[in-house]
Design a protein around this ligand. Structure first.
Ligand code: AMP
Ligand code: ZN
Ligand code: ZN
Length: 405
């Protein structure tokens, strides 16, 4: 190797080390269905410590529908569900007659369903390595659309093992170490559904997640990275009680028409024959007690839920705590879950958490409700990445929580 090559290599080496050392770290933690007010129950000492030390938003507003896949994908793309394409946890593409379903890994791994650019893709384009210990949409097979390191979803993977993997990613050599990492835990969602948001069982799941938070922070201290890593604790939506005497059989009103009924619970999508849309709409409208009926094109713009061919012609939205079912579902309504989510995004019961600490964030800072679509521009700002102009999130609604340089 001649002298010039040696100098060039050492310049590249030093530049790589400098880049790695100056690139921020962010761990984005999702506690599924962790409602905004669970931290006020005096059972979350670790999260409260982070709230005091760093930034605490009163709540985090989800996108409509307040379901898991649409909202995780909104957080990671900065887009409303009508724009990123994941309009529900499961839906039919009527043009191709193919279903997308969160429980079908064949479809969750196909990039054709996802129209937004996830933050891990934006970061990787800028030379920042990323990792995910679970996140909806992180397993896409297209190599440009998944993080460098990611795990295939395993519902029962022990929580502390997930944290251990994140910690070992952070100890990789500088040139292959991820700087943006997501991690996900389902506990408060499962127990909120099964026992309701006011149950002892739910409170115990809140405590379990608080100890996960504590474990993560303790591990970061042990590897001497607590002062360099930004940690954001967030959730996709909240939870509300769903009494089983608040169930409406919507199919009985439209039995005489050839309608496809998609989904159940807080939001139902109805697709009648093209020439019967108006009639079916009028019938449902006449019977709309404890729920609202919209034609897709007339859904108020604040839902941001019209501009996608995957959304059906008619949308029914239950009032908070009410459930909409078809004939079959109605027969089982005695066994419905005690809590649910999916309702309109401005019901505070649907709001999640935003709690963050680290070198990028202000200290001892409380603020009001934030929007989950704004997390993407926030991440772009933290990493100094030019903002993607197609997103719905707005930096100016959130950047004040960052430390001023
Ligand atoms: P839901 O309450 O119906 O909106 O969805 C919650 C469920 O989503 C959880 O119980 C998980 O089983 C599932 N889930 C969350 N993340 C993933 C993922 N990355 N892949 C597959 N399923 C997931
Ligand atoms: Zn969820
Ligand atoms: Zn859920």
């Amino acid at each position: 190797m001649n002298k010039f090559c040696k100098i060039l290599l050492s310049v590249i080496f030093v530049a790589t080390i400098n880049f790695a050392q100056s690139t921020p770290y962010v761990i984005l933690v999702s506690f599924d269905a962790f409602r905004w007010d669970y931290v006020n129950r005096e059972i979350t000492p670790s999260l409260r410590e982070v709230m005091t030390k760093g930034v605490h938003a009163l709540s985090l507003r989800p996108v409509f529908p307040s379901k898991t896949f649409p909202n995780h994908y909104s957080i990671i793309t900065g887009m409303y569900s009508e724009n990123h394409g994941i309009i529900a946890n499961g839906f039919l593409d009527t043009l191709t007659n193919v279903w997308y379903s969160m429980s079908d890994t064949v479809t969750t791994r196909e990039s054709k369903w996802y129209t937004g650019e996830p933050f891990w893709t934006a970061a990787e384009k800028h030379g920042i390595k990323t990792a995910s210990y679970f996140w909806p949409g992180s397993e896409q097979t297209d190599s440009l659309r998944h993080p460098t390191y990611f795990k295939k979803y395993e519902h029962n993977k022990p929580y502390f093992e997930r944290v251990d993997s994140v910690i070992s990613w952070l100890q990789l050599p500088q040139n292959v170490r991820p700087h943006f990492i997501t991690i996900y835990f389902h506990d408060t969602d499962s127990f909120g559904h099964e026992f309701g948001p006011d149950s002892d069982e739910l409170n115990r799941s809140v405590m379990r997640l608080d100890s996960v938070a504590q474990y993560l922070l303790t591990c970061l201290k042990k590897i001497n990275m607590i002062d360099s890593v930004n940690v954001i604790f967030t959730s996709d939506h909240g939870m509300t009680p769903t009494p089983n005497d608040q169930v409406i059989n919507i199919e009985k009103y439209i039995e005489n028409y050839n309608c496809k009924i998609y989904d159940n619970g807080p939001v139902v999508r109805v697709e009648p024959e093209a020439n019967e849309i108006d009639t079916v709409f009028q019938i449902l409208k006449r019977n709309a007690n404890n729920f609202r009926v919209y034609k897709k094109e007339n859904l108020p713009s604040y839902y941001h839920y019209s501009n996608n061919t995957l959304i059906s012609s008619i949308i029914l939205i239950a009032d908070l705590g009410w459930s909409l079912e078809d004939n079959e579902g109605f027969k089982r309504s005695g066994y419905l879950s005690k809590g649910n989510h999916g309702y309109e995004k401005d019901h505070t019961d649907m709001h999640g958490i935003f709690i963050a600490q680290g070198p990028a964030f202000k200290e001892h800072y409380k603020t009001g409700t934030l929007w989950n679509v704004d997390i993407y521009p926030l991440l772009s700002k933290i990493f100094g990445i030019k903002q993607n102009s197609l997103i719905d999130g707005k930096l100016e609604r959130i950047e004040f929580i960052l430390r001023e340089n």
